[in-house]
Design a protein around this ligand. Structure first.
Ligand SMILES: Cc1cc2nc3c(=O)[nH]c(=O)nc-3n(C[C@H](O)[C@H](O)[C@H](O)COP(=O)(O)O)c2cc1C
Length: 651
């Protein structure tokens, strides 16, 4: 068989271990950890699915090596904990039995220990330890590790490495990037020591080298060891790519794979985890440059989800391996689809950060486009229905499409009706925003999956009670979504007013000076886009806070984008819109005074409301009825897809 992406599909040997292709699953961790620090069954199933999906290596994330000085990620491998080795062994085995290599990431968070996994209530009860004493930006005191403590941590790396090997892991990723302990030693920003662990580059690398030697000693000469290095830190006081190259050269003798990531978790989150506002593969150049100066194979990572781009990276010699984190949440089967020339079936990551936000908020996993994430234990196979039924889906947004696709996979006869002449529902509006174009494209992917599964799609077809009854379906899934909220503010019916959902088809109506009414997620993103187009934008919002509906990871990055628009974008919070006029929006400001926020065009982005009347009309139109997505409650695409999936399983 001729593979469409031969370089991505070519095996690679590191140490004496051969990996089946060049697509590796990056660490994504820290959920479903038992109280005594073991990997729970949900996490085992999560890692297993990544292996089943075809990744060559699956990294189990952040095993803490020295709980006495680290409390970040809770998961640790320790013989004194009943079950610890057993859980690790079950995990490695769950990965290995699908032909992937199980890898374990060994980590220590150093001065940032306990910040986001354990210390959620910000009690700062733990002592934080780093290369140098300091006070963290959040006011937490950090103590300087003594040489004895450093030696103890080095020893712990070796000990945990030995246990990991015993448990069946066949690759170890030593986490030396993202601002955690080893990175803190490498970095002139954190490391102010004057002893043999600080100062010169060689001294700053000493801790990393000692750790790598201890791990090598524990696992033997042929076992592959990988080092995760931020190629550059992207902060003035940190190291840049030049030093990244020199650090790589120092570490090269001790490793089999150099994994080049970027930035630090605390300071450059949007570089370490490239957001929708940046290019795919924005960090590849770091790996490519370092690769020119080392002989050891190099891996790259960061916003990669396109097989053609990844093929080019390997083919052109920029890197030897590509790692993906979020892309494999969106579609764990991406590597298998690449290998089987089914890349048009890949569900792409939207870089919406639901995954990371959910983890921060509830310590669970979720993905907008993949309803199974975090719930793999419940089984990734869609069970065929015992009795085949006729299913009618009203509404062709993401939730309706996913419900239809899932019902068809179960063997039901499925008809999906969309009242407009195009599928997508609320996602249609995203086509106007280049940074959200992938969200728009999701419709096309789901449509393909649904059609291939046998769904009949009828456009320009509204499901009324009469229509549904005539169809005589056994099950009806109501996915009619929501409609824009246009409050009775005078002037909103004016010719110069465009409702944000319609902007994609009424772009021409929007001039060079615009007022955006409403500072929720939709209003803010539209304002960014208009400013990027060179327009002068003023955003008015009644509350003091912008975009409370955005998730905690996306929101700060989006607010930064707003700031970066400079004078093009002015934000007027605490402004209650009174009326829209031909020359702008008259608002009441916080002092109670009326002010005109000027702008000849007005975008109305004041929220959505469920299509409750349609739902009520359809409630008794079939024996089994389920309301999903915005039609049930104005919410997220994540919920629409998740509820759609389960509605289809419940039929
Ligand atoms: C949900 C989630 C959890 C993550 N957890 C870890 C982790 O435990 N250890 C780590 O080194 N990196 C972690 N990362 C960072 C990823 O490994 C990766 O470096 C980053 O997401 C960029 O890759 P991507 O653009 O392919 O997502 C995590 C990323 C995500 C999305």
């Amino acid at each position: 068989m001729e593979r469409k992406y031969p370089h991505l599909c070519a095996p690679i040997t590191l140490g004496r271990t051969t990996f089946r292709n060049r697509m590796f699953s990056a660490p994504m961790g820290g959920t479903d950890i038992t109280n005594d620090g073991c990997i729970g069954p949900k996490s085992i199933a999560f890692y297993e699915l990544r292996a089943k999906g075809g990744a060559a290596a699956v990294t189990v994330s952040e095993c803490m090596v020295h709980p006495q000085t680290d409390g970040s990620h809770a998961y640790h491998l320790d013989e004194s904990i009943l079950n610890s080795l057993a859980c690790a062994t079950y995990t490695a085995d769950a990965i290995r039995r699908h032909g992937a290599i199980a890898s374990l990431e060994l980590s220590h968070s150093g001065m940032y220990s306990g910040t986001y996994m354990i210390d959620k209530s910000k009690q700062h009860g733990m002592t934080q330890w780093g290369p140098s004493a300091c006070v963290r930006p959040d006011g937490v005191q950090v103590g300087e590790l003594t040489v004895e403590m450093i030696q103890e941590i080095v020893f712990a790396y070796g000990h945990v490495a030995e246990l990991a090997k015993r448990a069946g892991f066949e690759l170890l990723m030593i986490h030396g990037g993202h601002g955690w302990l080893i990175n803190q030693f490498l970095s002139p920003m954190f490391n102010k020591r004057t002893d043999e662990y600080g100062g010169s580059l060689e001294n700053r690398c000493r801790f990393a080298v000692e750790v790598l030697k201890a791990v090598r000693e524990a696992v033997g000469p042929f076992f592959p060891i990988e080092f995760r290095l931020s190629g550059a830190e992207f902060v003035e006081e940190g190291y840049g790519l030049d030093e990244g190259v020199r650090i790589a050269q120092q570490l090269e003798p001790y490793i089999n794979l150099l994994h080049v990531t970027a930035g630090t978790y605390q300071r450059t989150f949007g570089i370490t985890h490239p957001s929708m506002f940046t290019d795919h593969g924005r960090n590849v150049y770091l790996a490519a440059e370092i690769k020119k100066h080392v002989k050891v194979p190099v891996a790259t990572i960061g916003g990669l989800n396109d097989p053609a781009q990844m093929e080019e990276i390997i083919a052109s010699g920029k890197a030897d391996v590509v790692y993906m984190a979020r892309a494999l949440l969106a579609d764990p089967f991406l590597p298998r689809k690449v290998a089987e020339n089914r890349d048009d079936e890949i569900v792409r990551c939207l870089r919406c950060f639901t995954c990371m936000a959910e983890r921060a908020a509830t310590s669970t996993r979720r993905c907008t486009v993949n309803p199974l994430i975090g719930r793999e234990c419940e089984g990734d196979e869609v069970t065929p229905a015992l009795v085949k039924k006729k299913v009618l889906v009203a509404g062709g947004g993401p939730g309706g499409l996913y419900a239809a696709y899932t019902a068809a996979r179960r063997g039901h006869q499925v008809v999906l009706c969309e009242k407009e002449n195009e599928l997508g529902g609320i996602l249609k509006s995203e086509q106007a925003l280049p940074f959200k174009y992938e969200m728009y494209q999701l419709t096309g992917t789901y449509e393909k999956l649904a059609r291939d599964a046998g769904v009949e799609i009828r456009l320009n077809t509204e499901v009324t009670k009469e229509y549904a009854e005539k169809e005589n379906a056994d099950a009806l899934i109501i996915a009619v979504g929501s409609e824009p909220l246009v409050p009775p503010i005078p002037g909103l019916d004016g010719d110069n007013v465009v409702v944000v959902n319609n902007y994609y088809r009424e772009k021409d109506k929007v001039g060079s000076e615009v007022v955006v009414m409403g500072g929720g997620l939709a209003g803010c993103e539209c304002a960014i886009h208009l400013a990027q187009e060179g327009k002068t934008v003023r955003l008015v919002e009644m509350q003091d806070e912008l975009a409370p509906d955005a998730n905690v990871r996306h929101r700060p990055l989006m607010l930064r984008q707003m700031e970066e628009q400079g004078e093009k974008l002015t934000v007027c919070t605490g402004h209650r819109a009174l009326r829209a006029t031909a020359s702008g929006v008259v608002c009441q400001n916080k002092d109670g005074r009326e002010v005109l926020v000027p702008g000849k065009s007005v975008i109305c982005a004041l929220g959505q409301r469920s299509r409750a009347d349609v739902v009520e009309q359809l409630r008794d139109a079939a024996p089994f009825v389920r309301v999903i997505g915005d039609a049930a409650k104005v919410s997220t695409i994540t919920n629409a897809v998740y509820w759609g999936y389960h509605a289809a399983l419940d039929i």
